[in-house]
Design a protein around this ligand. Structure first.
Ligand code: IMP
Ligand code: MG
Length: 180
């Protein structure tokens, strides 16, 4: 099943960088009790590792969305599962797996800003800047990645490969299909 996948970022490099991000976030958010907000499902592995690398108290919450119109990338976003926690007056750290066009993030950030958090910053494991359409400030970035479709460490291709402990690239981008 993994025969076609070429290694892009290995497990050790991922773990080392996530620990660095956790240390940085712990310094920046000391005494601020942030809510880590992640979008299902792609961010679940990154969030799990990042949360354990953070040494200050945090809360954790999830959203689930559906994207339309552009297959696995960009398009129109609908919130399928909203946050359980109230974020008004709270520090929010939005945790993403990958920012590609930035359209998803732009939509979600706008939606969360409307609830008037005390602050809202973005932490993404991967940044594919060459495809950016919507520009937003990203406070923490794990790695910049090239324009290849990536799987593993939470990222999927039609729901496969999420469990891989490393990041790999498929030979070609899969045909559009509904995803989350
Ligand atoms: P954007 O709105 O184009 O920035 O879409 C970002 C979302 O698309 C990510 O949160 C992922 O869920 C998905 N995505 C973008 N690129 C990839 C990839 O290379 N592999 C898997 N999912 C991806
Ligand atoms: Mg995502």
């Amino acid at each position: 099943m993994n025969n076609n996948i070429s290694l892009v970022i290995g497990e050790d490099d991922l773990q080392r960088r996530v620990r660095e991000l956790g240390a940085e976030i712990s310094r920046d958010y000391a005494d601020r009790n942030p809510i880590l907000v992640a979008v299902l499902k792609g961010s679940f592995v990154f969030l799990a590792d990042l949360a354990r690398a953070i040494t200050v108290p945090v809360n954790i919450d999830f959203m689930a969305i559906t994207r339309y119109g552009a297959g696995t990338r960009g398009g129109v976003v609908r919130i399928e599962k909203d946050l359980d926690l109230a974020i008004t007056g709270r520090e929010v750290l939005f945790v993403e797996d990958i920012v590609d066009t930035g359209l998803t993030l732009a939509y979600l950030v706008r939606s969360l800003q409307a609830r008037e958090p005390a602050g809202l910053a973005v932490c993404t494991l991967l940044d594919r800047r060459v495809r950016r359409l919507a520009n937003l400030p990203i406070r923490y970035t794990g790695f910049e990645v090239p324009d290849r479709f990536l799987v593993g460490y939470g990222l999927d291709s039609r729901e496969n490969y999420r469990h891989l402990p490393f990041l790999g690239a498929l030979p070609e981008e899969p045909k559009p299909a509904k995803q989350s």
